[in-house]
Design a protein around this ligand. Sequence first.
Ligand code: FES
Length: 120
Amino acid sequence: MKASDIPGGPKRGEILCRLSEIEDGMAREFSYRHGDEMRDIFIHRMGDEIYSYENSCPHAFIPLNMDQGHFIDKTGAYFICQNHGALFDIKNGLCVAGPCNGQSLTIIDVELKEGNIIAL
Ligand code: FES
Protein backbone atom coordinates (compact mmCIF):
# COMPACT_ATOMS: atom_id res chain seq x y z
CA MET A 1 0.00 0.00 0.00
CA LYS A 2 1.26 3.46 -0.79
CA ALA A 3 1.99 5.63 2.24
CA SER A 4 -0.16 8.34 0.68
CA ASP A 5 -3.14 5.92 0.59
CA ILE A 6 -3.23 5.69 4.39
CA PRO A 7 -6.30 7.58 5.63
CA GLY A 8 -4.98 10.73 7.25
CA GLY A 9 -1.49 9.75 6.13
CA PRO A 10 1.29 11.68 4.42
CA LYS A 11 0.85 13.27 1.02
CA ARG A 12 2.65 11.72 -1.95
CA GLY A 13 6.14 13.20 -2.08
CA GLU A 14 6.14 14.27 1.57
CA ILE A 15 9.43 13.71 3.39
CA LEU A 16 8.83 11.51 6.42
CA CYS A 17 12.34 11.81 7.84
CA ARG A 18 15.97 11.48 6.89
CA LEU A 19 17.65 8.07 6.85
CA SER A 20 20.24 9.44 9.27
CA GLU A 21 17.48 10.00 11.83
CA ILE A 22 16.94 6.25 12.14
CA GLU A 23 19.53 4.33 14.12
CA ASP A 24 20.90 1.37 12.17
CA GLY A 25 19.04 -1.79 13.22
CA MET A 26 16.14 0.21 14.62
CA ALA A 27 12.92 1.62 13.25
CA ARG A 28 11.08 4.88 13.31
CA GLU A 29 7.36 4.81 13.94
CA PHE A 30 4.68 7.07 12.52
CA SER A 31 1.03 7.28 13.51
CA TYR A 32 -1.79 8.70 11.42
CA ARG A 33 -5.29 9.43 12.54
CA HIS A 34 -8.37 9.76 10.39
CA GLY A 35 -11.51 10.25 12.46
CA ASP A 36 -11.55 7.37 14.93
CA GLU A 37 -9.19 5.31 12.83
CA MET A 38 -5.54 5.12 13.82
CA ARG A 39 -2.89 3.64 11.52
CA ASP A 40 0.70 3.03 12.55
CA ILE A 41 3.64 2.32 10.32
CA PHE A 42 7.30 1.62 11.01
CA ILE A 43 10.35 2.13 8.84
CA HIS A 44 13.20 -0.17 9.73
CA ARG A 45 16.78 0.63 8.80
CA MET A 46 19.42 -1.93 7.87
CA GLY A 47 22.50 -0.02 6.81
CA ASP A 48 21.53 1.94 3.72
CA GLU A 49 18.33 -0.06 3.20
CA ILE A 50 14.88 0.60 4.62
CA TYR A 51 11.87 -1.66 5.07
CA SER A 52 8.51 -0.12 5.75
CA TYR A 53 5.37 -1.85 7.03
CA GLU A 54 2.11 -1.20 8.73
CA ASN A 55 2.61 -1.90 12.42
CA SER A 56 -0.21 -4.40 12.62
CA CYS A 57 0.44 -8.09 13.21
CA PRO A 58 -1.77 -10.27 10.96
CA HIS A 59 -2.46 -12.53 13.95
CA ALA A 60 -4.46 -10.07 16.06
CA PHE A 61 -4.11 -6.77 14.19
CA ILE A 62 -2.24 -5.07 17.00
CA PRO A 63 1.24 -3.48 16.99
CA LEU A 64 4.17 -5.88 16.91
CA ASN A 65 6.39 -4.01 19.31
CA MET A 66 6.27 -2.85 22.90
CA ASP A 67 9.51 -0.89 22.89
CA GLN A 68 9.71 2.20 20.70
CA GLY A 69 11.53 1.51 17.43
CA HIS A 70 12.44 -2.07 18.33
CA PHE A 71 11.14 -4.77 16.00
CA ILE A 72 14.05 -7.18 15.60
CA ASP A 73 14.44 -10.52 17.37
CA LYS A 74 17.55 -11.51 19.31
CA THR A 75 19.23 -13.04 16.28
CA GLY A 76 18.80 -9.86 14.25
CA ALA A 77 17.41 -11.93 11.38
CA TYR A 78 13.66 -11.39 11.76
CA PHE A 79 11.04 -8.98 12.93
CA ILE A 80 9.34 -10.40 15.98
CA CYS A 81 5.84 -9.73 17.22
CA GLN A 82 6.29 -9.30 20.93
CA ASN A 83 2.72 -10.38 21.64
CA HIS A 84 2.91 -14.08 20.71
CA GLY A 85 6.31 -14.41 19.08
CA ALA A 86 5.53 -14.51 15.36
CA LEU A 87 8.64 -14.07 13.22
CA PHE A 88 8.63 -12.13 9.94
CA ASP A 89 11.10 -11.91 7.08
CA ILE A 90 12.53 -8.40 7.23
CA LYS A 91 12.69 -7.99 3.46
CA ASN A 92 9.15 -9.02 2.49
CA GLY A 93 7.15 -9.15 5.73
CA LEU A 94 6.19 -12.81 5.37
CA CYS A 95 5.48 -14.58 8.65
CA VAL A 96 7.77 -17.62 8.77
CA ALA A 97 6.91 -18.91 12.26
CA GLY A 98 4.19 -18.39 14.84
CA PRO A 99 0.41 -18.16 14.89
CA CYS A 100 0.12 -16.25 11.59
CA ASN A 101 2.60 -18.40 9.67
CA GLY A 102 2.22 -17.77 5.92
CA GLN A 103 0.51 -14.40 6.32
CA SER A 104 2.29 -11.11 5.74
CA LEU A 105 2.74 -7.67 7.16
CA THR A 106 1.40 -4.94 4.89
CA ILE A 107 4.21 -3.28 2.98
CA ILE A 108 4.07 0.52 2.98
CA ASP A 109 5.57 2.03 -0.16
CA VAL A 110 8.08 4.75 0.53
CA GLU A 111 11.17 5.83 -1.36
CA LEU A 112 14.67 6.56 -0.20
CA LYS A 113 16.11 9.42 -2.25
CA GLU A 114 19.17 11.52 -1.46
CA GLY A 115 18.97 10.49 2.18
CA ASN A 116 15.31 11.39 2.53
CA ILE A 117 12.51 8.90 3.11
CA ILE A 118 9.61 10.00 0.97
CA ALA A 119 5.97 8.90 0.90
CA LEU A 120 4.82 7.32 -2.36
S1 FES B 1 -0.46 -10.54 17.78
FE1 FES B 1 1.39 -10.96 16.74
S2 FES B 1 1.76 -13.06 17.09
FE2 FES B 1 -0.15 -12.66 18.09
